[in-house]
Design a protein around this ligand. Structure first.
Ligand code: C2O
Ligand code: CU
Ligand code: CU
Length: 523
């Protein structure tokens, strides 16, 4: 089926949001700046930005332009580098902020639907976090005011309206958010022309070049997969670079696709950063597993490559069963405990299908004596998985074959269980358990916590033959951890000192939208 299938569903979704948020809040938001912060006089921003979400057009494929939704913006106050448009792309401008900066962002919603912006990976006051209960109606605005306290790193921003995050991100609403700080600058990593940003997203198009989304219920259950993979909004772009060292900040901005990133000539991948900024030390491995919402910073050394040579970044093939298993042999599974329900997904490019993402052409000779620092970021405290029992074991499960749940529950706008209430600044170990349920259906779920970064303490279970495992970047600080089928993953998190209602959820956006999301409350 072509186009946006769920028009009727969309109507009740909006009604549902109106009901849960309260009509009064919507009217208030439409009338003026929604007060995430009314204390605007006492807040003196270093940087003030305007960010608008609106319908537009992008040239993605040859021929007709594609209707998209996009973020556009401008700098009201502060350095122009704070907001850099991405040329020839539907992507939102890249925001470049300095640690310690006070930032004000005036968000305007010119979409036909309610929306709200979330700053993924930043530790922010509750009003600035973009919780879905703060959606603003079409025509409304929201004022964000916050101080950047997170370390230098690659973050991103995207909409977070309940039941519409998947469709809004898919239509084009997403952008990178880069934080810089003096510690990182002192390392003299490749910057300026030597810094690349790559946002990887898969999409499906109809014969008229228009985006196709959510064509079946099974697409939602497995997560929606496109059959063309775009980088910065272009299919297989080529970058003409010099024989120098580059830093590439890569975001998997896809709704549900996992990439296994590797170089076409088998050169190992050198990772310098993850989701909470630079790793303690560089890591070199054959490939990197990048799940939805995850970021990685690579060190790319082209110095020994002759002018004219080509290097491709690929997603290397992996078994669909590495990302989903279906024990009972239903839905086309092989019934041997490692069948895959991904077969039921309608995408022409299966989860795990090999695909070329982009190519680099060494276009010119240039001198570069950059050296890869042996030490990069702060040390992450040693985590002893055997030390104590986790504070909480959290089941990732499925109900009635169609509903993914967290601990048997689905999202409720302000719903918080006792086990989801934590003290400000307290440290907890949460273990996410891929439980499977009666049908034995399990998927790799990228689990994300809003607010503070956490560390991965350990993994147990899982199929030793699962090759995605070897590519995971578990060291360093993270905000989204991939829990593979049959696995339990334990994390240690020290919750923020900001009190209030925050989210944790699966970042397969169709899972999030169907309710595989919960609040936690910091008290
Ligand atoms: Cu990037 Cu709540 O998500
Ligand atoms: Cu987030
Ligand atoms: Cu999920």
């Amino acid at each position: 089926m072509n186009g946006w299938k769920n028009e009727a569903e969309g109507t009740w979704r909006r009604r549902d949001i109106l009901k849960s948020v309260g009509l009064a809040a919507i009217v208030k938001a439409t009338a003026g700046w929604a007060a995430g912060s009314t204390a605007t006089q006492s807040f003196l921003p270093d940087v003030e930005l305007a960010l608008t979400a609106e319908p537009g057009e992008a040239r993605i494929l040859p021929g007709a332009p594609t209707q998209v939704w996009r973020y556009t913006g401008r700098v009201i106050k502060g350095p122009q580098e704070a907001l850099q448009p991405v040329p020839n792309s539907y992507l939102g401008p890249t925001l470049r902020l300095q640690r310690g900066q006070r930032v004000r962002i005036r968000f305007s919603n010119r979409l036909p639907n309610p929306s709200i912006v979330h700053w993924h990976g930043l530790d922010l006051p509750e009003e600035a976090d973009g919780h879905p209960r703060r959606v603003v109606a079409s025509g409304g605005s929201y004022l964000y005011e916050f101080t950047v306290t997170d370390p230098a790193g690659t973050y991103w921003y995207h909409p977070h309206p309940h039941m519409e995050t998947g469709s809004q991100v898919y239509r084009g609403l997403a952008g990178l958010l880069i934080v810089e700080d003096p510690k990182e600058q002192a390392l003299n990593l490749p910057a300026g022309q030597q810094e690349l940003t790559w946002v990887i997203q898969d999409r499906r198009f109809d014969a008229r070049n228009q985006l196709v989304y959510a064509s079946s219920r099974m697409d939602s259950v497995t997560g929606f997969l496109g059959d063309r993979v775009l980088v910065n909004g272009t299919e297989r772009p080529q970058f003409a670079l010099a024989s120098r060292v580059y830093r590439a900040r890569i975001l998997n901005g896809s709704n549900a696709r996992i990439y296994k990133l590797g170089w076409s000539d088998g050169t190992p991948v050198t990772v310098i950063g993850g989701q909470g900024g630079l790793l303690e030390a560089p890591v070199t491995q054959p490939f990197v597993t990048l799940a939805p919402a995850q970021r990685v910073d690579l060190w790319i050394d082209l110095r020994s490559r002759p002018v004219g040579s080509i290097l491709e970044l690929r997603s290397v093939e992996f078994a669909a069963a590495d990302a989903s298993v279906e024990m009972a042999g239903m839905m086309g599974g092989r019934g041997r405990g490692r069948g895959s329900m991904m077969m039921a997904n309608s995408s022409a490019l299966a989860q795990g299908g090999a695909v070329s993402l982009l190519s680099i052409r060494v276009a010119r000779r240039e001198e570069d004596n950059a050296a890869l620092p042996a030490r990069l970021g702060p040390a992450v405290p040693a985590a002893d998985a055997a030390a104590a029992a986790p504070t909480r074991r959290i089941m990732l499960d499925v109900q009635g074959m169609q509903q993914w749940t967290i601990d048997g529950r689905v999202f409720g706008m302000t719903d918080v269980a006792d086990s989801e209430t934590v003290a400000a600044g307290s440290t907890h170990e949460w273990e996410f358990v891929n439980a499977g349920g009666p049908m034995g259906m399990q998927m790799a779920h990228p689990i994300h916590l809003h607010g503070r970064h956490f560390q991965v303490v350990g993994r147990s279970g899982g199929d030793p033959a699962n090759t995605l495992r070897d590519g995971l970047i578990d060291r360093g600080w993270t905000d989204t951890v991939l829990v593979l089928p049959q696995e339990s993953v334990r994390i240690r998190v020290t919750f923020s000192n900001h009190r209030g209602l925050y989210l944790y959820h699966c970042h397969i956006l169709e899972h999030e939208d169907m309710g595989m999301m919960r609040n936690f409350r910091i008290v």
